[in-house]
Write a protein that binds this ligand. Structure first.
Ligand code: FMN
Length: 317
């Protein structure tokens, strides 16, 4: 049993990534019940009723669950974090922006903190006392984040510090991928894309279908969707999504600008789940999303890393 496993009390070293719009309470509960750590993804400033609904899925579990926030959004409004802390999550993840105030609030409530880091400078920031767990996130990962360093180089740098537990994120979609990051010193994996088509995932069926049909060559890292929607994402955090008609037509960000018409078009496309216009955030591990399965089946499949590590040890002994 490794340090983090002892600290959080899970059986399988698998966190589902907090994915706003996909990882609600149902997915988190299914992953936690399957032995991993379920994470709820929060976007913007959700209504209290939404929070209560998500928490109702995990509240009765006797296994740990957590919640993930976008730090730049918390900088404007800490209320979503304050609300979630009332329900005693085991872990609060803070990513993409200044984590200082959020981390202080979580620690005041006695809750562990994690920070996703996307380059060496962020890794250095995460070594401060207010962060307990470092989540190394490579540019191959789905959703928002940096596109600067791959998972493996950053993981090797992070595990060399040997002070804080490190969790690996970005591009992990199979038991072999799990084995690779665990062998490289990660204490667990933080898996997003691979859970996108899980039965319990919140995504619309059109988006799940698009993810199942896409291969690893079909993602794009872009800010086009954020610019079109006039979202306040800091420029250094673009997002990796499935390539579609909209991203293909807006590759050159300098050749167009956001208008209220464009924003409205994007709002409609999202509401109508039109996958050729709306963003379908997914990473390169989308290759391994092939069928709709339960989250528990995904956890069981990923947990095959033990056998793979045993075989590898035998091959090279
Ligand atoms: C659809 C989607 C939504 C995401 N939303 C969030 C989010 O709300 N907060 C967050 O911290 N990370 C978010 N992420 C990033 C994940 O936490 C994680 O870094 C990523 O999924 C790991 O790479 P992978 O997708 O290759 O497994 C999202 C990722 C995806 C695919």
């Amino acid at each position: 049993m490794n340090d983090l496993q002892r600290l959080l009390g899970y059986r399988e070293p698998i966190f589902n990534a907090p994915m706003a719009g996909a990882a609600g309470g149902a997915l988190a509960a299914a992953v936690s019940a399957a032995g991993g750590v379920g994470m709820i993804g929060v976007s913007g400033s959700p209504q209290k009723t939404w929070i209560e609904e998500q928490v109702s899925h995990v509240a009765e579990l006797d296994t740990p669950w957590g919640v993930g926030f976008m730090a730049w959004s918390l900088e404007q409004d800490l209320a979503p974090l304050e609300n979630f802390l009332e329900y005693s999550p085991a872990l609060v993840s803070l990513s993409f922006g200044d984590v200082t105030r959020g981390a202080a609030l979580a620690h005041e409530a006695g809750v562990l903190t994690a920070m996703q880091v996307g380059n060496a400078a962020e890794l250095e920031r995460s070594m401060q006392d207010d962060i307990d767990i470092i989540v190394v996130r490579g540019g191959e990962g789905g959703g928002h984040g940096r596109n600067e360093v791959g998972t493996l180089p950053l993981l090797q740098l992070a595990t060399a510090q040997q002070v804080k537990p490190v969790v690996a994120a970005g591009g992990i979609g199979t038991a072999h991928g799990m084995a690779a990051v665990l062998a490289a010193g990660a204490q667990a994996a933080w898996v997003g894309t691979r859970f996108l088509s899980a039965t319990e995932s919140l995504g619309h069926e059109n988006f799940k279908k698009a993810a199942r049909a896409a291969g690893m060559d079909q993602t794009v890292y872009t800010r086009a969707f954020d610019i079109a929607q006039q979202l306040a994402w800091p420029a250094e955090f673009g997002g990796r999504a499935l390539r579609n008609e909209f991203s293909d037509a807006h590759q050159d960000l300098s050749s167009w600008e956001a208008t209220s018409d464009l924003r409205e078009e994007m709002v409609q496309a999202r509401a109508q789940a039109r996958e050729q216009i709306a963003p379908v955030y997914a990473g390169q591990a989308v290759e391994f999303v092939r069928a709709e399965t339960s989250a528990a089946q995904v956890v069981t499949e990923l947990a095959g890393f033990r056998q793979i590590l045993r075989e590898a040890a035998g091959r090279f002994s």
